[in-house]
Design a protein around this ligand. Sequence first.
Ligand code: AMP
Length: 430
Amino acid sequence: MSFEKLGLSKPLLKAINNQGYKTPSPIQEKAIPLILKKKDVLAAAQTGTGKTAAFTLPMLELLSQNNKKVAKLQVKALILTPTRELAAQVHTNVVTYSKYTKLTSAVVFGGVGINPQKAAIKKGVDILVATPGRMLDLVNQKALDLSCVEFFVLDEADRMLDMGFVHDIKKVLAMLPAKKQNLLFSATFSKSIKELAAKLLNNPTLVEVAKANVSNHKVKHIIHKVNKKDKKNLITHIINEQNMKQVLVFTRTKHGANKLSKLLDYDGLKSAAIHGNKSQGARTKALADFKNGDIRVLVATDIAARGIDIISLPYVINYELPNIPEDYVHRIGRTGRAGKEGHAISLVCIDEKEYLTDIEKLLKKEIEHIHIAGYEVDPSIKVEPKKQKGRGGNKGSKNPSSNSNNNSKTSKANGDKKNKRNYSTNNSFT
Ligand code: AMP
């Protein structure tokens, strides 16, 4: 299959060619023809599958064919994303793919000044990429008019609901015209996503692709079982031993991300933390420094990491396992992208055993355990009682992990013992 056969015209084919894409990805092959036929689409695709191009390319094609004029402050297409980083990333894609068309675009999100965004919209914009809060501010301030939207994309809808945007989404839907083409992209399909899809989409076609980054054999999943108090030494050891130049590390809490970043810096591994408490400027800088190789380790929470798109990011380390198994899929979606090789390494302590079970259930496979000499698990350490609930805390009746220290008596995570890897696999926790 080629992009030509999908029915895209020359200006788009030229832009695709500039990107070096040879063939459409599975989600592109399935979704593009349907969208070109003006169907509403419900797509089950996660990040890393080429989903952004899957909705952007046909949208640009249809908008270029229909050169309808709209009034000032009105936009023809709206793409909503849950996070600022994802909005910026999607907009970069829109700019790239629309390079040889006459279509114009802008991106708006919170955390930065609203006036330049108002000015950009005033100039006339065909496609707007936005996060919900800032977009609603712009509408309320009469700086944006959504009454002529022909094309609406809800990207990463599952994450949008996880982040509590359900009311904002409902408000946005009420502002959009009833007659328009709607696309909903989501990595997972909970009951609430299905309800949202039923409300938004008109006789939709469901498009599904395999969970590329999960079943993708190019992503190697590994766990290292370790005492919680030894994780810090172990992560430094792994990064140094494998000479990782660019590694994205996940923690479950903002505080945990800051703390780990400081510890890594102390160990000579230049790092930065990104999470919701950081200013937009700090987040953008950290991401840029990470992409340029100015920092080696980016420590992120789940939400902050949405939208990070670095081609061929070689390593993702879960310093702590997520308490929501789908988040594991999102996290490792950062590596092994677009057919490149990736490594997903998780440091798992006894408190996270249940999270690991949930993740393995979702992946439908057991993750290989590699023991690193010098980091033996102390069997006398018991699971700690849970402290809090929710994202970044502990899940329902499950056991907790990240909020306290344990007091291993026997584990000695020190010195030269750590240098030798012992590739014994082990099914019990210790
Ligand atoms: P996404 O799933 O949209 O986050 O895209 C993941 C990565 O795949 C991005 O870096 C895209 O530039 C890249 N990509 C998208 N479509 C293709 C394609 N057909 N061939 C190769 N790479 C692609």
